[in-house]
Design a protein around this ligand. Structure first.
Ligand SMILES: Cc1cc2nc3c(=O)[nH]c(=O)nc-3n(C[C@H](O)[C@H](O)[C@H](O)COP(=O)(O)O)c2cc1C
Length: 213
């Protein structure tokens, strides 16, 4: 698929077909996700891959409220549970502080105040987008979503995740279905035109140089 098609077609998919993901395709998506840029080439983003039904079920058990009435399960959750694969990108602030304490960077005080923008999260976002874009390129769908903060402890316990690894959310992957499932925010709010989001030359300057369809 043309890259521009990948970019245009990507939408968050919140319900999946009852079909497994080809392991070769999954491996390609995971490989791509490890090839994103990283500050200082820290490569501090790791991926927890859950592609067995028992592991996927354990993910949902850990990250959803165990006291909730199963009958009251939201359409969102019912749809997302149909995904055959869940990938959790995890980042490490410590890895970046360590990397930038090395001689070529020299921030030996390891002071987090040096990081007004926490690049460990920026890099995780890049990895997640590579996963989502590869999914589209391979004819699959995906959705990035948050793990509720009160469930992160249970998630760590369920999968033996060390305390310094920070889950940035999770990505479901699978084959799309005709019924797209729960509608996301784009059904409620319009896409802002690129010309409004791009400031050319100065803030408030006219956006795009030419019309893009
Ligand atoms: C950082 C981030 C967090 C998100 N969290 C959720 C989420 O918790 N649940 C969900 O259904 N979608 C989530 N989304 C998906 C957004 O709602 C979606 O990207 C946005 O509405 C635009 O729709 P599109 O990606 O389908 O074009 C998240 C997206 C991002 C980038």
């Amino acid at each position: 698929m043309e890259f521009r098609e990948v970019v245009r077609r990507r939408r968050m998919v919140r319900r999946y077909a009852d079909r497994p993901v080809d392991p070769t395709v999954l491996d390609r998506a995971l490989d791509h996700a490890t090839r994103g840029p990283s500050a200082g080439f820290t490569q501090g983003v790791e991926l927890l891959v859950l592609d067995e039904p028992a592991a996927v079920a354990r993910f949902w058990d850990a990250t959803t409220d165990p006291t909730a009435d199963p009958g009251s399960e939201s359409g969102w959750l019912a749809g997302m549970r149909t995904a055959p694969v869940v990938v959790v990108p995890l980042t490490s602030r410590e890895a970046y502080l360590d990397r930038y304490a090395e001689p070529d960077k020299g921030w030996t005080d390891r002071d987090p105040a040096r990081w007004p923008v926490p690049y460990w999260y920026v890099d995780a976002g890049m990895a997640a987008l590579l996963l989502l874009q590869t999914a589209v390129d391979e004819g699959l769908g995906g959705c990035l979503f948050g793990i509720p903060p009160e469930r992160v402890g249970a998630f760590r316990t369920a999968f033996g995740v060390p305390a310094d690894r920070l889950p940035v959310g999770a990505v479901t992957l699978g084959h799309r279905v005709e019924d797209p499932g729960a509608a996301g925010s784009p059904s409620r709010r319009p896409r802002r035109p690129a010309a409004e989001l791009v400031h050319r030359g100065r803030w408030g300057g006219f956006g795009l140089g030419s019309e893009i369809s």
